[in-house]
Design a protein around this ligand. Structure first.
Ligand code: GLA
Length: 730
């Protein structure tokens, strides 16, 4: 029966063009891009430009859409500026943020793009545009992900003018919201130890610029946005348009409400200090820009992104698997690592169920603090007289995989590498080389530097049984010079650097297929959909204090899947002086990909017992947390409670985490209504800590979602967890 169904679905998709993900309707000159629940339509207007026509909930009938049509002229505006062009160049009478700005070598700085041709193939659409005078082409690539309700835009700028063209701004595209005002923007900002803080504010006339000028994605802003209609959406309801950029270099997102009350989001390479010269025949590809729509609120917009990341972005997308429980030595030992100390920690970690043991900074060169050693990736013989082998063998014998910290893009001036190749560091001639954390950045845009880094890492991984690299990057760019390159090429550094980081990771993974990678940049400084295509997880923040983590994780989860969100249980008092119980710290970390970063040498027997128990629970629920649907029930940004619920893909298990920040006036914690369950199914209720009120054993989904659950939470920083197993359908 199942087979028959598949054949039928297959036949239908061949026979009925109306079910294709991309269709061209010749009569109205419209392309309709369709996902399961959304439609995106664009067409050729009277001016022969490609214009956006619709983005929102899936439309039942394409005939209802009229052809692209330039709006009525308005004094001081032009038809083209009002037309919601899919890829406006800076040229003619256009004043909103452009997608493309170029300078030709005869001094011309005007580009006006018109439709030339298109090609539809399966889930892909390519539209070719050309400047009205020059052979400067722009190919718009659209990819529809029908099952994920996501559309990807990517653009290729091709110079066939016979001359050199300087690209001054290259954006991946623009998303247009339905006309009108009253929209609200959600976005993520922060800083080191305070990443991914969620902001919400009304969109007003003018521009809001989110960006990084720091060379990588940055802690300060993250390339994700969500816009809701009338500022009325909540976690469960309301229209939300959202998007994210897949780029780990300088990026920019401009949210603009133009004078015609048109809200638009332009995103791509940051055009600040940008300059990418294209010789005749050369082209420049922009990063991928993703977008989606839901009418079911912020919760669903996040779940769409999470599913999309798991199924289309992450390296294990073809066969997703759960992340291992990890131990990392950083907070326990800092730079003071050695064979005996790491072995001791490894033995203790293995006892509580850790599956991946990661040795952090300090194992190489003269790395005794952060002043020396970066660049010299050979094992420090004093700390590891037997090389890494003896430690790795012990870790493996304990049943764990071994992982290692590296920071390949960096160099301390106090290192053999810097002494041999001072010109490899990013710099301007005769200018200071600002150090940050006592280090400079190797110019990965240079092919010789890239090859060096590849071969160092390749050797390290080939010679040792390394299953995992924590790839760190502990500073941002300054003095971004590349004096060895010809002047017109020097600013390519911004793009080539990030692309070469990608290339090294891709080549390493191809050569060492079993090896996994975590992206870290002094915490969460390099988290985006570009790096996530090539790493399995990211380090969320160097701030591992559990209460602070609630809001960092809340922001993170707006855009990124809990599966990639590394969360460690560490010691208290933590960096801000706060102390919380070990149980609370475990519960917070169990909402993502669990790690332990505490100094196990300081733990009591009771700590080990509790930790083993919690790791045991985590292994029971991790498939649900990592691969299931997240419902944010109470936000840490409002009120005294935070609550998150996860429902497994097959609906058989759900997990609820609840945290009370600080009880006042003896008020009981508010009732928590669950979501995403089957009203008629029965669930066995297991309160792992006895904090659930009442003696519930087996209850219906209807009870859980409508009557809800109450908890005995009190004092400061209390937490609870309930596991629900679906036992029967009523
Ligand atoms: C960064 C990382 C930490 C740790 C240190 C090591 O700060 O975010 O987790 O690896 O570097 O120097």
């Amino acid at each position: 029966m199942y087979r028959l169904c598949l054949i039928w679905i297959g036949l239908m998709s061949v026979l009925s063009p109306a079910s294709a993900a991309v269709r061209y309707v010749a009569a109205s000159k419209l392309w309709i891009l369709e996902t399961g629940k959304t439609s995106y339509a664009l067409g050729i207007n009277e001016l022969n430009a490609v214009q956006n026509v619709y983005w929102g909930k899936r439309l039942a009938r394409e005939e209802d859409l009229s052809a692209a049509h330039t709006p009525r002229r308005f004094a001081f505006e032009s038809d083209e500026s009002l037309a919601n062009e899919e890829y406006p160049g800076w040229g003619g009478m256009r004043y909103a943020e452009p997608c493309l700005k170029v300078s030709l070598d005869d001094g011309t700085r005007d580009v006006v793009l018109k439709y030339v041709s298109h090609q539809v193939s399966g889930e892909d659409l390519e539209i070719k545009l050309k400047d009205i005078r020059y052979d400067l082409f722009v190919v718009l690539h659209y990819r529809v992900f029908p099952h994920n309700d996501i559309i990807r835009k990517q653009v290729s700028i091709q110079n066939r003018t016979g001359k050199t063209v300087l690209v001054e701004s290259a954006q991946s595209g623009v998303w247009y919201l339905p006309e009108g005002d009253g929209y609200r923007l959600s976005y993520l900002t922060g800083r080191w130890a305070g990443e991914t803080q969620l902001n919400r504010e009304p969109i007003q006339p003018g521009k809001k610029v989110l960006e990084s000028r720091r060379g990588n994605t940055s802690h300060q802003a993250n390339p994700w946005f969500a816009i809701d209609y009338q500022g009325a959406a909540d976690e469960e309801h309301g229209r939300v348009w959202f998007g994210a950029l897949g780029w780990s270099g300088n990026w920019k997102m401009v949210v603009e409400q133009a004078s015609n009350r048109q809200v638009r989001v332009v995103a791509g390479y940051n055009d600040f200090d940008f300059g990418y010269s294209l010789k005749n025949g050369e082209s420049l590809d922009t990063p991928p820009l993703y977008g989606g729509f839901t009418d079911q609120g912020f919760g669903e917009s996040s779940r769409i992104l999470h599913r999309f990341e798991r199924e289309q972005i992450l390296p294990d997308r073809a066969a997703p698997h759960v992340r291992p429980v990890l131990y990392n030595s950083w907070e326990a030992t800092t730079f003071h690592v050695d064979e005996a100390g790491q072995k001791q920690l490894a033995e203790k970690a293995a006892k509580i169920g850790v599956e991946l043991f990661v040795m952090d900074d300090g194992w190489f060169g003269q790395r005794n603090d952060d002043k020396a050693g970066l660049g010299d990736w050979s094992v420090n013989p004093k700390k590891f007289p037997n090389g890494l082998k003896s430690l790795i063998d012990s870790v493996n014998k304990l049943g764990m995989k071994f992982g290692l910290w590296v920071e390949p893009e960096m160099v301390n001036p106090n290192s053999d590498l810097y002494r041999a190749h001072p010109d490899w560091a990013i710099h301007f001639n005769d200018r200071p080389r600002t150090e940050s954390r006592n280090q400079c950045i190797l110019n990965m845009a240079r092919d010789d530097v890239k090859e060096h880094i590849f071969s160092v890492l390749d050797k390290l991984v080939s010679e040792n049984n390394i299953a995992f690299l924590k790839w760190d990057m502990n500073r941002h760019f300054t003095e971004p010079g590349w004096p060895e390159a010809a002047v017109p090429e020097q600013r390519k550094l911004w793009v080539k650097y990030a692309n070469n980081v990608y290339e090294v990771i891709d080549r390493l993974r191809a050569k060492h297929p079993g090896m996994e990678i975590e992206s870290c940049s002094g915490g969460g400084g390099r988290v985006d959909l570009g790096i996530l295509q090539r790493v399995d997880q990211v380090w969320t923040s160097d701030n591992t204090e559990a209460f602070d983590r609630l809001s960092i994780q809340n922001g993170f989860s707006q855009a990124y899947a809990p599966k990639v969100m590394m969360a460690w249980v560490t010691d208290v008092p933590n960096m801000n002086g706060r102390s919380t119980s070990l149980q609370y710290r475990f519960l917070v970390s169990m909402m993502g990909s669990l790690g332990i970063g505490a100094n196990l040498n300081h733990w009591t027997d009771a700590d080990f017992t509790l930790a083993s128990r919690m790791v045991g629970y985590y292994k029971r629920i991790r498939n649900t947390v990592q691969q299931g649907d997240l419902h944010r029930l109470f936000s840490p940004l409002q009120g005294e409670l935070t609550a998150n619920q996860y429902v497994s893909k097959d609906g058989k298990q759900a997990v609820l985490f609840a945290f009370l920040h600080s009880q006042q006036f003896r008020y009981p914690a508010p009732t928590i209504y669950l979501r995403g369950l089957d009203e008629r199914a029965l669930y066995r209720v297991e309160s792992i800590d006895g904090k659930l009120e009442g003696k519930l054993k087996t209850v219906s989904g209807s009870y859980l979602m409508n009557r809800g659950l109450d908890f005995k939470l009190g004092g400061d920083f209390d937490g609870a967890m309930v596991i629900l197993e679906r036992v029967a359908d009523r």
